[in-house]
Design a binder for this molecule. Structure first.
Ligand code: CDT
Length: 311
């Protein structure tokens, strides 16, 4: 018997700075319903799906952006999304800015089951951008000012009939993300992203954003024999254009569904989780072929080693 799950990638268009949380929740509910009508059991929303991408603005006091964070999940404002999920019998994955009771700020993803209960929470591991104000940029990317690095790392959850893992945006560029999840047996990786088309430190990369987006997710899927669902918040948001091109990628590395336009929309695919075995049990049979004794540097150093130092 095959293990098939119909997954929807709920791409979002821009969220305006002054758009209220409940207006955004209404947009998410509309997408959840559309996913349900298509037959989806799981609908995946992007990173920071409740607010505009606020790290593009500097505030002298980091707490100046605290109104963009959620202090509880669900809250009175987000509860209608959880209620609708339970009513429809559709699970979802939602990205938001989390402010904990003891004052920690994380870029967070939460996985919610078809009964509306929380299955797992993931806090972004790789925090990109900068932490100081850099006025030379046309806009800021201050994630390193407004979010802490996850203290928890990566995890998988037995959910939706398979093994599900989460990652957020910049995490998708790092092979370690997929490999750690792969070593945990992941079959479905959910990744939300906000990727501005303009990359100030090296604008030569601007026209390559879509290429790189597919390159990293397709490689991660293939090299670990897993489905990958990449979901954008794209379009022109507060004057900054971000990548759309949401996509669902099979364990072969092939794209099986892709958004061709920006804006709020659903793409979906029936993901046969048993397809993962084709890769996990052949070319990427980790237990048979990996040589971890030669990979020590990956976890023992952060940057490039100084080869002039005796080792
Ligand atoms: N949200 C996020 O992680 N965005 C980054 C932008 C590039 S770093 C400024 C990304 O990796 O897509």
């Amino acid at each position: 018997m095959t293990r098939e799950i119909h997954v929807g990638a709920a791409q979002l268009g821009p969220i305006a700075r002054d758009e209220s949380r409940s207006e955004v929740v209404d947009r998410l509910i509309a997408l959840l319903r559309e996913g349900s009508e298509r037959g989806c059991r799981l609908v995946v929303f992007p990173e920071l799906a409740l607010t505009t991408f606020f790290p593009r603005w500097w505030t002298e006091d980091p707490a100046g952006h605290d109104h963009f964070y959620e202090r509880e999940m669900p809250s009175a404002t987000t509860q209608p999304l959880f209620d609708e999920a339970r009513r429809l019998g559709v699970g979802f994955c939602l990205g938001y800015a989390e402010l904990t009771a003891d004052g920690h700020r994380y870029n967070t993803y939460v996985l919610v089951g078809v009964d509306g209960s929380i299955i797992g929470r993931y806090r972004k591991v790789h925090i990109p951008g900068h932490d100081a104000h850099e006025p030379w940029r046309p806009f800021q990317h201050l994630e390193r000012r407004y979010f802490e690095e996850s203290p928890d790392g990566f995890a998988v959850h037995d959910a939706f009939g398979g093994v599900v893992g989460m990652a957020l945006c910049n995490d998708r560029r790092w092979p370690e993300t997929y490999r750690v999840l792969g070593l945990l047996g992941v079959e479905l990786v959910l990744i939300g992203y906000n990727t501005p088309l303009h990359y100030a430190p090296d604008p030569d990369q601007n026209p390559l954003q879509s290429f790189h987006n597919n390159l990293v997710m397709a490689s991660g899927a293939y090299q670990n024999g897993t489905w990958v669902v990449g979901v954008a918040k794209g379009g022109v948001e507060e004057g900054v254009e971000s990548l759309s091109h949401s996509q669902i990628i099979a364990p072969s590395g092939q794209v099986v569904a892709q958004a061709t336009v920006s804006g709020d929309l659903i793409i979906s695919a029936v993901c046969d989780l048993d397809l993962c075995r084709h890769y996990k049990e052949t070319l990427f049979d980790f237990a048979r072929y990996r040589r971890p004794e030669h990979y020590g540097l990956i976890s023992s150093t952060r940057g490039v080693v100084d080869r002039s130092e005796p080792r």
